[in-house]
Each structure stands twice: as structure tokens, then as C-alpha cells.
Design a protein around this ligand. Structure first.
Ligand code: ATP
Length: 266
């Protein structure tokens, strides 16, 4: 098994990423890399701390769901970043994080990587990775912890608890060996560069790239809101990252992420 090696990863980061990185921590086991960095953020850790874990015992998904991360079988990576921007300017950051992950995977040879709004990483409509952004602090000193999970080679028995279609890189890249250290170095580099970029231009600069990875555009979808479900045709996203949904009356309305789950209708 190719274990994560901090020195190898640091050596493969891009220069821009190395300059933006404050510290890289590699842990054998954590409950959750996001929980760990959220605690660090509350203890005044600076922007640019990245944390990896070989295993998460309580990996987090959105809205209290869990994310499976067996030892050495995935990439579990979180980044702490502080923004001087108003929190409202950060809409679209979780989509931007998805773009960073999709780029890293595409560069690693995953030709059909796609994104399902707001933040699932898909391959042929199966879940290859997930993204969870958590945040805190006050306007002007706002922090975000961006967590990413990517399946590399999930043991089938443990993965049996996943209640939706999923896939791992081992199945996609049949026969190729997967160098987790190189892959995670690409992932961290893309992530740091995307966050640097986002602090300047927000999501508007990335909207065209989202369209390239968007797997739901033009499809009939249902949006599950906390108290209602709406059905319509997905028409891409706007400059803030909101999903544009065309309903039966022909009206197109934006929906902002948060607690919305999207499902593609048959
Ligand atoms: P949404 O569409 O709202 O994001 P989701 O069900 O995809 O909903 P997430 O919070 O993104 O929710 O991810 C958690 C869900 O992902 C779990 O409930 C489980 O169904 C699935 N899951 C958990 N671990 C994995 C994994 N390693 N690979 C793929 N899917 C997983």
C-alpha cells in the first residue's frame, strides 16, 4: 500500500501552492479532517493549513450525513482558509472547490469526471468524491474549511453501507497504478490556487469552467428544499453559483446551495 508521505507531497506541489500553503499535516487516523480544522480555526490557526488523513472514523457529509473513508483507500483532505471578504461574497466557493477537484482528477487521467450541483464529484453518474464546506467567524475575518473525499480503492465489504451509486479510481483507471501522493499533491495545488483566485474574482470567473463539468444541465431534476420539492429543467448556474431551474411555466429561477439536494429525474 502506498501510504501518504508528507515530503513527497510537498515536493510535488506547484510553486504557487507552496507559497500559499502554511502547513501540511498528514495523520494516520482522525475522526474528521473538517472537524479537526474547524477546531484549529477556532484556535486562531492561520489561512493555508491543509490536513490529510489515511482514515476518518467519523467522516462528514452534508446535513449530518456520513462519508466513508477506510484506511489508505481514499483521499481525505481539508483546507482552512481565511477570507477578508463578506460571507455573501463566498457564494459559489463550494462549486469552485468542485472545479479544483475535477481539474486535478482530469489531469490525473480521469477523462469523464463531472460535477453534480452543488458539490458532488461524479463519474458516469456515480459518486467518485464529495465536498463539504463548513465556515465560521465574523464578516471581515471569515473562515472556511473545505473538505474533499475521493475514493481510490474502497474495500467492497465496507462500501456496502453506501446507499447510492458510487465508484472509485481503481475501477475507472483499470490496470493503472494510482500514485496517491502525486494525486493528492495535484489536488492540494489546484485547491490552493483556486482559493487564491476566488479571493480575487469570486465564482464569476469560474462559471464557464463549471459549465464544462456540469452533468445536469438540460436535464430534468428535482430540488429537495427543507420544506418543499421543486421539479424542472436545470439550466446551468449563474455568476454566484446558484442553480438555474426552469419550471413548467417557463420561468427560470435561481436556487442557492445550502440545504438543497438535487436528484436527476428518470
Ligand atoms: P447531496 O446531493 O445533497 O449532496 P448526498 O446524499 O450526495 O446528497 P453528501 O453529504 O454529499 O450527500 O454525502 C453523503 C452521502 O454520500 C452519504 O449519505 C452516502 O450516501 C454517500 N457516501 C458516503 N461515503 C461515500 C463514499 N466514500 N463514496 C461515495 N458515496 C459516499
Amino acid at each position: 500500500m502506498d501510504l501518504l508521505d508528507r515530503d513527497c507531497i510537498l515536493a510535488e506541489l506547484t510553486e504557487a501552492a507552496r507559497a500559499a500553503l502554511h502547513r501540511l499535516e498528514v495523520h494516520p487516523i482522525l475522526d474528521s479532517t473538517n472537524r479537526y480544522l474547524m477546531a484549529g480555526a477556532q484556535a486562531e490557526w492561520p489561512s493555508g493549513v491543509v490536513c490529510l488523513a489515511e482514515q476518518q472514523t467519523a467522516g462528514r457529509g452534508r446535513q449530518g450525513r456520513s462519508w466513508l473513508t477506510p484506511f489508505g483507500a481514499s483521499l481525505a483532505c481539508s483546507l482552512l482558509w481565511r477570507f477578508a471578504l463578506h460571507p455573501a461574497a463566498l457564494s459559489g466557493l463550494s462549486l469552485a472547490t468542485g472545479i479544483a477537484v475535477a481539474r486535478a482528477l482530469q489531469n490525473a487521467g480521469v477523462a469523464e469526471v463531472g460535477l453534480k450541483w452543488p458539490n458532488d464529484v461524479w463519474w458516469r453518474e456515480r459518486k467518485l468524491g464529495g465536498i463539504l464546506l463548513e465556515s465560521g467567524g465574523a464578516s471581515g475575518d471569515f473562515y472556511v474549511v473545505a473538505g474533499i473525499g475521493v475514493n481510490v480503492s474502497l474495500p467492497r465489504q465496507e462500501a456496502a453501507i453506501i446507499d447510492q451509486p458510487w465508484v472509485d479510481l481503481q475501477e475507472i483507471l483499470v490496470g493503472e497504478s494510482i500514485a496517491r501522493n502525486s494525486l493528492v499533491a495535484r489536488l492540494i495545488s489546484e485547491l490552493l490556487e483556486t482559493f487564491l483566485h476566488f479571493a480575487q474574482g469570486g465564482f464569476a470567473d469560474l462559471a464557464a469552467e463549471w459549465a464544462r463539468f456540469d452533468q445536469v444541465k438540460g436535464r430534468r431534476v428535482s430540488l429537495h428544499l427543507p420544506n418543499a420539492t421543486v421539479v424542472g429543467i436545470a439550466r446551468g448556474v449563474d455568476a454566484t453559483g446558484a442553480l438555474l431551474l426552469e419550471t413548467a411555466d417557463g420561468e427560470i429561477k435561481p436556487y442557492i446551495g445550502g440545504e438543497i439536494s438535487l436528484r436527476v429525474e428518470a
